[in-house]
Design a protein around this ligand. Structure first.
Ligand SMILES: [Zn+2]
Length: 278
């Protein structure tokens, strides 16, 4: 009984930590996106207020809480801080909380090398896809370098799983093949729509998604992305926030599909196999 009680407390603590960790990652993503865009060195330079340039102190950098505590204003010049910061921190916190709630905690309790590698890979890629979504949303751009680095990390992940005899060599090739197919599918969409629907960045992101998830999961990820994209697009047009002609970046929807799959894959996997193999 005592043992069950302490397990529950540990479980609860992990989820609280996951939420705070996610908020911290959200804050980091905000800072990196801002600095990459203005080509500032994002490792060495310290955070400062975009309006008055005052270097931010430790208290100003606490995610979510500092925004609430300062009521959304800079401590030094009292300028309004963009809601983007707290929204991204909250989304990131909720995403990491959900990941640990549905997947991560079970993997920590059933500790094994494979589970640990999977957990680490998932956490890194949730962060990368949140960043891709934010950057594409803000600046309509997906970094080639990030796609290349992500593909290399994924290849290393597959090689580790191969070495641990979790996956066969053929699986890496089939994932590569699906990545190329996803790339060509998006190229086709770009040619047909004359570049009005998708951009080159989406095409490269589609390759990465195909390479990570393979068949049939990546088709499901792309399907979620198109579905969420269509619903949100129609909503924005009907609420007159956007017109039929305005550009909506697709990267956030692709990232949304990826993150939903990473969190709910245990439930979706079953559904995907039922749809595609029966
Ligand atoms: Zn300021």
């Amino acid at each position: 009984m005592l043992f069950l009680g302490s397990m529950f407390i540990l479980y609860f603590e992990i989820l609280v930590l996951a939420f705070l960790f996610g908020a911290g990652i959200g804050s980091f993503i905000n800072a990196v996106a801002y600095r990459v865009n203005i080509k500032k060195d994002y490792i060495k330079s310290r955070s400062s207020c975009p309006k008055c340039g005052h270097v931010l102190g430790f208290v100003d950098l606490i995610p979510i809480f500092s925004f609430l505590f300062l009521r959304g204003r800079c401590r030094y010049c009292k300028e309004r801080i963009s809601y983007q910061y707290i929204v991204v921190e909250l989304i990131s916190a909720i995403v990491f909380f959900a990941y640990f709630y549905f997947v991560g905690v079970a993997q920590i309790f059933n500790f094994s090398t494979v589970n640990f590698i999977h957990l680490l890979y998932s956490v890194v890629f949730i962060g990368i896809f949140l960043y891709i979504a934010l950057y594409d949303y803000l600046y309509y751009e997906i970094s080639d370098r990030l796609i290349i680095i992500s593909s290399i990390i994924t290849l290393i992940y597959f090689i580790l799983l191969l070495a641990l005899r979790v996956i066969p060599f053929g699986l890496i090739l089939s994932h590569l093949f699906i990545g190329i197919l996803a790339f060509l599918f998006f190229l086709g969409v770009i040619i047909i729509t004359k570049g009005k629907g998708m951009g080159g960045g989406d095409m490269k992101l589609a390759f990465l998604i195909g390479f990570i998830f393979g068949y049939p999961a990546s088709i499901f990820v792309l399907f979620i992305a198109f579905l969420v994209g269509a619903v949100v697009g129609l909503l924005l047009v009907s609420l007159k926030i956007k017109s039929m002609k305005s550009m909506i970046p697709f990267g956030p929807f692709l990232s949304c599909g990826v993150i939903l799959y990473i969190i709910f894959y245990q439930y979706l996997q079953h559904l995907v196999y039922t749809i595609f193999f029966i």
